[in-house]
Structures are given as C-alpha cells and as structure tokens.
Design a protein around this ligand. Sequence first.
Ligand SMILES: Nc1ncnc2c1ncn2[C@@H]1O[C@H](COP(=O)(O)OP(=O)(O)O)[C@@H](O)[C@H]1O
Ligand SMILES: N[C@@H](CCOP(=O)(O)O)C(=O)O
Length: 327
Amino acid sequence: MAVYTDVAADELADFLKQYDLGELLSYKGIAEGVENSNFLLHTSKGSFILTLYEKRVAKNDLPFFLALMTHLAEHGINCPLPVKARDGKALRELSGRPAAIITFLEGVWPRKPNATHCAGVGEALAKMHLAGADFAVRRANALSVSGWRPLFDAASDRADEVQPGLRAFLAAELDYLSSGVWPSDLPEGVIHADLFNDNAFFLGDQLSGIIDFTFACNDMLAYDVAICLNAWCFEPDHSFNVTKARAFLNAYGRVRKLSQAEEAALPLLARGAAIRFLLTRLVDWLNVPPGALVKPKDPLEYVRKLRFHQSVTSVRDYGLIPSGLVA
Ligand SMILES: Nc1ncnc2c1ncn2[C@@H]1O[C@H](COP(=O)(O)OP(=O)(O)O)[C@@H](O)[C@H]1O
Ligand SMILES: N[C@@H](CCOP(=O)(O)O)C(=O)O
C-alpha cells in the first residue's frame, strides 16, 4: 500500500475548491504502488485519482509527466488526463507535496497475466513509442547506467543481509554494464520505463489503458521493450515464459518493427533493466519509511531474472527468429 503522506478530509475539501470537480463525497488511500501517495476520490462529478509526488520524483520533472499524458491522450493512447484547476494549472501542492489530480481509468491490472495480456501490452507499448515521436519536451533517464552506481552505493553495505553474496554479484554486473558495452546508437524516443502489470489496465483480455508515467523519459525504445520482457514474461516461480515473450515481442513488432541491432541488444538491455529494478527495490527494501503504508517489492525476483539474461545469447531464447533470417 502506498500512502507516505496522509491528507486530512478538510484539507482535501479545501484543495478541491480550486477545481471544478463538484463536492467531495469520499476518498481513500490506494493500496497499490510504491512510489507516490495515491488517493481515489469520489466527487459529485465522478471518480478521480489524486497523486502526491514523493521521494524519487524531482519536482522539475512533473510538468514533463503531465504534458506527456496530455500529448499521448491526444494521440490516441488511452491514459489518464491531468485535470486542470480553475486557474488552468494541473500541478499544485497539497500537504507539503507536489500534487495533481488525473482522470480515472476503467479496468483492472492483471494479477496473472497470460499471453493475450502480454500481446496487448506489446501493442500498446509500440503505439506509445510511435505516439511519443513528436513530443517536444525532453527528460533524460535518471535511472540509466550512470544512475545505477549511486543506488548500489546506497545499498551495498547491507545487500548481503538480503542475500549472502548479493553485493559482489551486483558489483560485478555493474562493472560489466558500465564498461562501455551499453548501447548508445539505438533508436531513442519517449519511453514509459515502468510498464509493469500493475500499470496496464484491462477489461477482460482487452487492454483498456496504461497509467503511471512517473518514470517516463527519453531513452532507447528497445530498453522499454526489455523492461516489459522482465515485467511480463516471467512466471511466479521466476522461470522465463517464452510463449508470453513471443506474444509480447510479435505484437510490439507488428506496430513498430525492431531493427536487427535492437534485437541483438535485447539480452544486454534486459540485464540493464533487471539491475535497475533490482537496485531500486533493494534500496526501498532496506529503507521503508517509518509509518508509511507500503509493501516493498522483492529485489531477489530480479536477481533470478538477471541471471537468466546473463545466460541468453540470442533473441531465439526470447522466442524470436532473428530479423533477416527466413523462418
Ligand atoms: N488513472 C487511474 N485510474 C484508475 N486507477 C488508478 C489510476 N492511477 C492510479 N491508479 C491506481 O493507483 C495504483 C497506484 O498507482 P501508480 O501510479 O502505479 O502508483 P505510484 O505513483 O506509486 O507509481 C494503481 O495500481 C491503480 O490501482
Ligand atoms: N514497478 C516498480 C515499482 C514502482 O512502480 P509502482 O507503479 O508499483 O509504484 C517495481 O516493480 O520495482
């Protein structure tokens, strides 16, 4: 459950007076997510999500996220829209945190994703990549290679408390990934960077929309593919599900074809994507703020994923026939 900052009812009612959203009927903290404090609001005009931006989000980046959601929604991507207050501004402050209200998206995220869900996400991710092509605002990825070392430094002293040998494992992988092997010449654009199953909503097997753009940034499009491969294509026992990977990658490729270079880089990008989430989870695991209603996510899940990608040599292992080869 993620509520780091609580909001009192009278404070919220006052806050809502700045909007044209009617009267507050009820609100509650949302028992999901780990990054920000989220509340579901019911007003006389409908349902909305209130987000109070916390820890990892730099205030300067918030206009990027809000403008991106608006841009994507205007380009046919089903995602929440920031709600503007009467003064025309969506970004405000509440309980000492930057805050915004966004529209409520119908659907539920899949607790047990199947290959059809994976295909839906592949298609949506590729459409998002195309829709972001003419988004003019830029935001560098603060959690790419150069951002991993500070996370490691923040957690390394206590890493072995979580799993013996974890510190050395992470140090070796970081050394490898920062030794000049990380790609720099693949197609770039706006990436979601956190399209996990709790950020993709479905009605039945049909994707109804995507949420949570608080890690969105400019980076390699194939890196976003690698993040999803990790998030969607492993089983609860941490084995890789090649059927789901094939469904995801083929659906992505039908909308935006991966180049040969992008395909070839996938194992490396998936290693990077694995260590990025391993490290943020590890830091969070070791630093739960006292009193916060949050269930930190398991960093060790990503150790197993990382080991899998270390053993991959070809996209065939992901269920793909390499481009340029006849089936
Ligand atoms: N626009 C939305 N419509 C419906 N539910 C939402 C919306 N945004 C967030 N939620 C709910 O809040 C939860 C946490 O939101 P999320 O943005 O993932 O959290 P965080 O800000 O911590 O990353 C989601 O899993 C979902 O249940
Ligand atoms: N997806 C991340 C955690 C942050 O995302 P949220 O949407 O759950 O707040 C992970 O799984 O480590």
